[in-house]
Design a protein around this ligand. Structure first.
Ligand code: S3P
Length: 419
């Protein structure tokens, strides 16, 4: 069995990269980003912005985005294509409702199956005029005279919905408040310096359109923690491993996976090297044994993207891993509960499926076999890591789908796998 060792610096965080491009596009002037993630999702955001008249350039190190006030954005010559990216579609919607011309947003087959009612409801409450296809893409946004601020308690724990409403609120009349009962990733409020208050309803993000100026958020984007989770798992599972991941995001609304590992009895070394605008630092991972746990409900939104790789980790833990309250997984790039359960079964792992999650008892052997990724990058990467500890080879049907978030995945994995 190979061991995992060495040091890695990962491409920039996907959620931050999307927001970097979008917020820079709104600011009058040029912003610069190092370690921007040019994966398929973030490239779709840049391409949509480009069609709206926002130019960018890349000199091999820095992405430069030439922003313009929203009023000066241009009418695109064709439909905007968010491809596979829910973040592009949902965040961009908060801006498209304000444009003085009609725009239409489309996506690939997976994105066209994903629910958009969650953004349509609040945006329509604000006065937006949007045509949808029964709660799905394509969405057409029509110009309206007024968009008003709202107070919106999030019915689903979603940073994409929160951010869509906040972006819409930037150009709305009056204040916009978004209230979440369970915290979700907070990159939007951090980067826009939005005040947050806590009361009995939960965590309230406050945006007053008359007071806000889009700040210059030029920065080096921290490495993507969700990408790091695959290599953290690899190093925990492969014997005699010792891996450092440097300059990775340590934003506490993203590192719930570290909290889960701690509760599983894992010891890791982390050191924070930067707090603002986004926490960042280094993580050292050495192979070790651990026990499985029941995931607390309130941690689920924070580890939502890490649950596929957690299922692989749990095959080697002692006892039961129970994931419930995670029905959001059914409406990600694929139905991830179905994808996790059916693929684990096809590589010889016994697992129970629930409407809102799954449970498996470890330790179990992973035999090997064919994995259907459903074109879902996180399913592909999870089973590529399972392959390291499988008895026989695991073959992915569409390995190239990792390009959606992490085109460098297989190259970086090869760099740290030592035979
Ligand atoms: C994201 C939020 C999460 C996450 C997605 C990126 C974001 O989605 O799963 O990968 O950048 O805001 P939801 O907001 O739908 O939970």
């Amino acid at each position: 069995m190979p061991k995992i060792s060495g040091e890695l610096v990962l491409p920039g965080d996907k959620s931050i990269s999307h927001r970097a491009a979008l917020f820079a596009a709104l600011r009058d002037g040029e912003s610069e980003f190092e370690n921007f993630n040019f994966n398929r999702d973030c490239s779709a955001t840049l391409a949509c912005l480009n069609q709206l008249g926002i130019a960018h350039s890349f000199d091999g190190r820095k992405l430069k985005v030439g922003g313009k006030p929203l009023k000066q954005w241009q009418k695109p010559s064709s439909e905007l294509n968010a491809e596979n990216s829910g973040t592009t579609a949902r965040l961009m919607s908060g801006l498209l409702i304000h444009l003085p011309f009609e725009t239409t947003l489309i996506g690939d087959a997976s994105l066209s199956r994903r629910p958009m009612k969650r953004i349509l409801d609040p945006l329509r409450l604000m006065g937006a005029k949007i045509k949808d296809a029964d709660g799905h893409l394509p969405l057409t946004y029509f110009p309206v005279e007024h968009i008003n601020g709202i107070e919106y308690p999030l019915p689903v724990a979603s940073a994409q919905v929160k951010s869509a409403v906040l972006l819409a609120g930037l150009f709305a009349e009056g204040e916009t408040h978004v209230i979440e009962s369970v915290p979700t990733r907070d990159h939007t409020e951090r980067l826009l310096n939005l005040p947050v208050r806590f009361d009995e309803a939960g965590r309230k993000v406050i945006l007053s359109s008359s007071e806000i100026q889009i700040p210059d958020i030029s920065m080096t984007i921290p490495g993507d923690f969700s990408s790091a989770a695959f290599f953290i798992t690899a190093a925990l599972l492969a014997p005699q491993s010792d891996l450092w991941i440097r300059n990775v995001s340590l934003n506490p609304t993203r590192t719930g996976f570290l909290e889960v590992l701690k509760r599983m009895g894992v010891t890791l070394q982390t050191q924070t090297t930067q707090e603002k605008p986004e926490p960042m630092g280094d993580i050292r991972i050495q192979s070790q044994t651990f026990k499985n746990i029941t995931i607390p409900k309130e941690l689920v939104p924070n580890i939502i993207d890490e649950i596929p790789i957690l299922s692989i980790l749990a095959t080697r833990g002692e006892g039961m891993l129970v994931v419930r309250n995670a029905s959001e997984l059914r409406v990600k790039e694929s139905d991830r509960i179905h994808a996790i359960v059916t693929n684990l079964r096809s590589v010889g792992v016994q697992v129970e499926e629930f409407d809102d999650g799954f449970a498996l008892e470890g330790p179990q052997k992973i035999k090997g076999g064919r994995v259907v990724t459903y074109g879902d990058h996180r399913i592909a990467m999870s089973f590529a890591i399972a392959n390291l500890i499988a008895e026989d080879e695991i073959v992915l049907d569409q390995p190239e789908c990792v390009d959606v978030s992490f085109p460098q995945f297989f190259d970086l994995l090869a760099r740290i796998v030592k035979e």
